[in-house]
Design a protein. Structure first.
Length: 318
C-alpha cells in the first residue's frame, strides 16, 4: 500500500453559527492526484487552506506529510507547493528572474533550466511578464510552485479561462508531475479536467463528503448504467415504439432511454426498426459521465444548489 501524504479525520470548521466544513474525512496517497470537487460554497477552499496551514480548524485531525499544518511552521511549508487560482507578478521581471528569486527561499531546489523546460517557458524566460499570455502566466505560476521541489502541490483551478488548446497543454504539465512522483491536490470546476487528470475524486457539498473514488467508480454508482440516444424518422411517432425497459425522455428531436440493460434495450429497439424497414438517423449509446453523476450527487445532497451546480459545470459563475 502506498504511503499516505494527507490524512483528514473528522475535520470541522465553523464561522460563528455557520459550519463550512462538517466532519470531513479522506486520505491522499503519495504520488496520487486527488481532485476536490463541489459547488461554490461547498467548503473546498476552506479545507485546502486548512491543509496548507493558512487557516485554523475548529476540530478534527489533519496530518500532511507527517506534520500538523497548524503547527508545522517553516519545516512544513518547505515541503509543499501552492499554485493559486490568481497570483500577482511584478510585470517588469522576467520568468527566469522570478523563478531564481523564489528558488532562493527553499533548501531543496530544482534547477531553473529544468523547471523552465518542464513548464515549456524556455523561449519566454527572458521576456517581461507583462508580455506573457494568460496561458504562459499560468505556466509561470506552476514553475514558481515547483521550484522548491515540493513533495505535495496544491493546485487551484489550473485552467480557468483557458481556451481548449491551452487547457490541453496545462493538462500535460500536470500529468508530468505524476511522472516526477509528486502528490497533487487539485480543485477544479471542470468535470472533464477531473476525469482526465485525477486518480480519484472527492465530491463535497455543504462541507460534507458525498462521494470518493475513481471517476469510473463514482460514475458507475449512478442509478442507471447507460443512456441510449436515438431519433425516429420523419412521420414515425414515439407511441409506435415497442415497450423498452428503462426511462424514456426527450432531448429536443432526440429520445433518450436510461436503462440498466443497454444491450437488451438496443436489441429491442433495432429489431423493431429493422422489422419496419426503418433507418434511425441518430443512434448512440453512452455510459454516464462524471459530470452526470456529479450533478446527481449535488442535487441529492441539496436540491437548492443543483441549479448553481449546473452553471458551474458549464463554466459559468454560480
Amino acid at each position: 500500500m502506498a504511503a499516505t501524504a494527507i490524512s483528514v479525520v473528522g475535520l470541522c470548521k465553523d464561522y460563528g453559527t455557520l459550519r463550512a466544513v462538517d466532519e470531513l474525512s479522506f486520505t491522499v496517497a503519495r504520488g496520487e492526484i486527488l481532485a476536490l470537487l463541489g459547488p461554490n460554497g461547498a467548503g473546498k477552499t476552506t479545507t485546502v487552506e486548512i491543509l496548507e496551514g493558512h487557516r485554523q480548524r475548529t476540530s478534527g485531525t489533519v496530518d500532511v506529510l507527517g506534520y500538523d499544518p497548524a503547527t508545522g511552521g517553516r519545516a512544513y511549508r518547505e515541503r509543499i507547493g501552492i499554485v493559486l487560482q490568481e497570483a500577482g507578478f511584478d510585470e517588469e521581471f522576467t520568468p527566469r528572474e522570478l523563478i531564481e528569486l523564489q528558488r532562493r527561499m527553499y533548501p531543496r531546489r530544482l534547477a531553473v533550466d529544468d523547471v523552465l523546460a518542464l513548464v515549456g517557458l524556455e523561449d519566454k524566460q527572458h521576456d517581461r511578464v507583462r508580455t506573457l499570455s494568460g496561458g504562459q502566466r499560468r505556466r509561470l505560476d506552476l514553475a514558481l510552485g515547483l521550484i522548491g521541489d515540493p513533495e505535495l502541490l496544491f493546485l487551484d483551478e489550473p485552467t480557468t479561462g483557458f481556451d481548449p488548446g491551452a487547457r490541453r497543454k496545462a493538462w500535460e504539465l500536470v500529468e508530468n508531475l505524476r511522472g516526477l512522483g509528486k502528490t497533487v491536490l487539485l480543485t477544479t470546476h471542470y468535470m472533464d479536467e477531473a476525469e482526465h487528470l485525477a486518480d480519484r475524486v472527492a465530491v463535497v457539498v455543504h462541507g460534507r463528503l458525498v462521494a470518493l473514488g475513481t471517476p469510473e467508480e463514482i460514475a458507475a454508482g449512478r442509478r442507471t448504467a447507460s443512456v441510449v440516444t436515438f431519433r425516429l424518422p420523419n412521420g414515425v411517432d414515439a407511441a409506435e415504439l415497442p415497450r423498452l425497459d428503462g426511462t424514456l425522455s426527450t432531448d429536443g428531436a432526440d429520445l433518450e432511454l436510461e436503462t440498466a440493460e443497454p444491450t437488451r434495450s438496443l436489441q429491442e429497439l433495432t429489431s423493431w426498426a429493422v422489422a419496419r424497414h426503418l433507418e434511425l438517423p441518430v443512434l448512440a449509446i453512452g455510459r454516464p459521465s462524471l459530470e452526470d453523476t456529479y450533478l446527481e450527487l449535488v442535487a441529492a445532497a441539496d436540491p437548492e444548489v443543483a441549479a448553481a451546480a449546473d452553471r458551474v459545470v458549464a463554466g459559468a459563475p454560480a
